[in-house]
Write a protein that binds this ligand. Structure first.
Ligand code: PXL
Length: 277
């Protein structure tokens, strides 16, 4: 197996089982050298916690880039998630230009919203900035809310396949090559992913578990990126990611007190096994 070096840029939520505390162990478990740039440091994620700390690390990013340029470091892939500020987007675009290998892969998770609402602290200006990042993506991984915000379409809780395809078309018109749209369900009982690539549009679904789960978008995007970099086909990588996300949620159902994230750690061996086949 080729040993790949990936850079992931997202926040450190010190507690909360999301962003870097999810991406780092998952990408490592997938067998990749995983380098990080923390976009911000928060005491917790911003979903339902109150009074969290937030330290923006935007200013460090150009300095880290310059040092790595001097050291002639480059990456097989760069995967971005939650960024701290609109200003940071420009710094990340500079990193795409100077640190990605010529055949390198850009995966963008525009982590900024869910269930019809922007996360706390984000505004229209942030959405506008993130669009510039999405235009550079080889693979863009939004949920329905993010796709609606990015394309300027109305957010809907109930929709049909035509609506999901309209969102995907809008994202591609913005410049994204392939799109993996998450949280797509047409009947209230199922949820899944719609993948649009050169191979056409494919849909994978499974039963929906009625439980609010933080961090599952980050688990999905990390597993997807890890599996895709292992050479899996885009749809196969999305299936592996959806299955692992579901397994992690199921693994948390026995513990109603564990409300802020999902217990993915104890099922990591299953992920490693699914990548061996
Ligand atoms: O899981 C996405 C995410 C990442 N980072 C921070 C968040 C959230 C979602 O709320 O608040 C800080």
């Amino acid at each position: 197996m080729a040993y790949k070096r990936i850079l992931t840029i997202q926040d450190v939520s010190c507690l909360g089982q999301c962003s870097l505390t999810v991406a780092l162990p998952i990408l490592s478990a997938c067998g990749h050298e995983t380098c990080i740039i923390p976009s911000a440091v928060l005491s917790t994620h911003t979903g339902e916690f109150k009074g969290y700390t937030f330290r923006d690390l935007s200013d460090d990013i150009p300095m880290i880039r310059k040092h790595w340029e001097q050291e002639k470091i480059s990456f097989d892939a760069i995967y971005t998630g939650y960024l701290g500020s609109a200003q940071e987007v420009g710094y990340v675009l500079d990193i795409f230009k100077s640190l990605l290998r010529p055949e390198g892969l850009i995966v963008v998770d525009p982590a900024m919203a869910d269930n019809g609402r922007l996360y706390a602290g984000f505004d229209e200006q942030y959405v506008k900035a993130i669009k510039n990042l999405c235009a550079e993506a080889d693979v863009l991984i939004p949920n329905i809310t993010e796709a609606a915000l990015l394309t300027g379409r109305e957010y809907r809780e109930q929709y049909d396949r035509a609506y999901a395809e309209e969102l995907i078309d809008g994202l591609k018109a913005m410049g994204a090559c392939d799109v993996v749209l998450t949280g797509v369900g047409f009947d209230g009982e199922h949820t899944g992913v719609m993948v649009s690539s050169a191979k056409g549009t494919q849909y994978y679904k499974h039963r929906k578990i009625e439980r609010t789960c933080h961090g599952t978008g980050d688990i999905f995007a990390s597993v997807f990126t890890g599996a895709y970099l292992r050479g899996r086909d885009i749809f196969e990588a999305a299936k592996i990611a959806a299955d692992f996300t579901l397994t992690s949620i199921k693994n948390t159902l026995d513990d109603p007190e564990h409300w802020y994230g999902v217990k993915f750690e104890t099922v990591l061996p299953e992920l490693i096994k699914s990548l061996e086949n």
